[in-house]
Design a protein around this ligand. Structure first.
Ligand code: AHR
Length: 493
């Protein structure tokens, strides 16, 4: 099969914000306890953080990490997680029907993030709590000193304020599963008032309001309109969440699911613009796609999980090659919307629907989805260019006619490089890809990295942690994408 890709220096989409490659750690399953934190592990540092996990997180180059939830945050009392560890209470976590020991709290997580080279994106509880708890939390984290909560932080050994910049106003508040679920009107008023007060404590912070939990919610659209009408002036981003899975067993359809993400972003952007016009506002509302991933493999297993234990194994999806290609297509879709989506978080980071898995007392390894994320996060920098594709297609179930090629191109002027990210969705056919790049001097291909396998269900596990790994292809004049593959082709000029 032949495919062509056309880009032009004069047709940019927008600058890629590095925060597009954020991730997420929730107090859920083995994400924190037995994930990033395992004091008895041979690689643990002075605070009990696993060094092997830290090394993989650093390899992913994650600039922001959302914390502490997720559904968990809607019942969280942040004060439980500060001060002497021995005095911290154990609590019922109703979101995940587990016991939360509070060994890790804001101070420890802030330090973990610092060591991982990431900024914390903090979420406040708008499920069971409201204005006052959020105000106190901003004061604890960001106020220099001389007040109750800032002095408390100093007493806890953290003299300098954290300066946490990004704050989520609750989590998925439109979902009936949420602790303290709200109607759009109830949430919108609470978010507007909480956000206003948080900014009074620290005017430098940026706020993210909850959009719908996914585009299939019955209130989708009306929820966004109502929230924006109340919060437009106080918030800086609206959130989107979406999870995908091969539930029907139709691999061709599954590989096209990024078209849903694309449409979701277009629809939410249109609503933001509608409210902007209505309010005659100068401000563009940006989007924070702060939960996205594949999530379906562990659904049945999780229903069997014993309740009320500390850190039960939950949401431990084992990802295969097909899932990695979907994640690649979703990353490409985010790059296509670089002008609007300024932040995004792969949900999540360790053990819980995650690129990184661990064994208690044992090894840590990279799942298949680790690799497209790592490549996009390392090379998807600079400017995202409009890419015109000419390629045969196929019928992809609910998504209709879909090209075999999915691709995004980024351009870094300082490094004089172009990077092509490309997924070949064809099961059997190779794809000869021709790139034309208008307005650039002659290009020299410098690298072609590929992730592929003869088995679309091949996965990395504790027993076979390196079964699916990227390889570097020898450089040839022609660029050929293997069947069912994720590709990164780099050029210099
Ligand atoms: O990421 C797992 C869960 O998915 C989060 O806690 C919640 O926000 C979403 O429904």
């Amino acid at each position: 099969m032949k495919a062509s890709l056309r880009v032009s220096r004069s047709a940019p989409i927008g600058a890629v914000d590095p925060r597009l490659f954020g991730s997420f750690i929730e107090h859920l399953g083995h994400a924190v306890y037995g994930g990033i934190y395992e004091p008895g592990h041979s690689s643990a540092d002075d605070m009990g953080f696993r060094g092997d996990v830290m090394a993989l997180v650093r390899e992913l180059n994650v600039p922001i990490v959302r914390y502490p939830g997720g559904n968990f945050v809607s019942g969280y009392r942040w004060e439980d997680g500060i001060g002497p560890a021995a005095q911290r209470p154990r609590r019922l976590d109703l979101a995940w029907q587990s016991i939360e020991p509070n060994e890790i709290g804001i101070d420890e997580f802030q330090e973990w993030a610092r060591r991982a080279g990431a900024e914390v994106m903090m979420a406040v509880n708008l499920g069971t709590r409201g204005v006052e708890a959020a105000q106190d939390l901003v004061e604890y984290c960001n106020f220099p000193g001389g007040t109750k909560w800032s002095d408390q932080r100093r007493e806890n050994g953290r003299a300098a304020p954290y300066g946490i910049r990004y704050w989520c106003l609750g989590n998925e508040m439109d979902g009936p599963w949420q602790i303290g679920h709200k109607t759009a009107e109830e949430y919108a008023r609470l978010a507007a008032e909480t956000g206003k007060v948080m900014k009074w404590v620290d005017p430098e912070i940026e706020l993210i309001a909850c959009g719908s939990s996914n585009s299939g919610m019955p209130t989708f659209g009306e929820w966004e309109r109502c929230v924006l009408r109340h919060c437009y002036d106080v918030v800086d981003y609206l959130s989107l969440h979406s999870y995908y899975g091969n539930r029907s067993g139709d691999g061709g359809e599954y590989l096209a699911c990024c078209r849903d993400m694309d449409q979701f972003i277009r629809n939410v952007s249109a609503i933001c613009d509608e409210v902007q016009r209505e309010r005659k506002s100068e401000k563009t509302m940006y989007l924070s796609f702060d939960e996205w991933n594949v999530w379906f493999h562990s659904n049945d297993q999780d229903k069997q999980q014993e309740k009320w234990t500390v850190a039960p194994p939950l949401l431990e999806d084992v990802y295969n090659l097909e899932d990695a290609l979907v994640v690649g297509c979703l990353l490409i879709t985010l790059l296509h919307h670089a002008d609007r989506v300024k932040m995004a978080c792969l949900a999540q980071l360790v053990n819980v629907i995650a690129p990184i898995m661990t064994e208690t007392g044992g090894r840590a390894w990279a799942q298949t989805i680790f690799f497209p994320f790592c490549h996009a996060s390392r090379f998807g920098r600079g400017v995202s260019l409009q890419a015109e594709i000419d390629c045969p297609g196929y019928e992809a179930g609910q998504y209709g006619d879909t090209a075999y090629l999915e691709s995004a191109v980024t351009w870094e002027e300082a490094a004089r490089t172009l990077t092509v990210f490309a997924v070949n969705r064809a099961e059997k056919d190779t794809m000869a890809l021709e790139l034309s790049a208008e307005g650039f001097p002659a290009l020299t291909k410098t690298e072609h990295i590929v992730l592929r396998s003869d088995d679309r269900y091949a996965a990395n596990t504790a027993a076979q942690p390196e079964r699916v790994r990227p390889e570097t292809l020898p450089l040839t004049d022609e660029t050929v994408l293997p069947p069912l593959s994720w590709n990164v082709i780099r050029y210099s000029y």
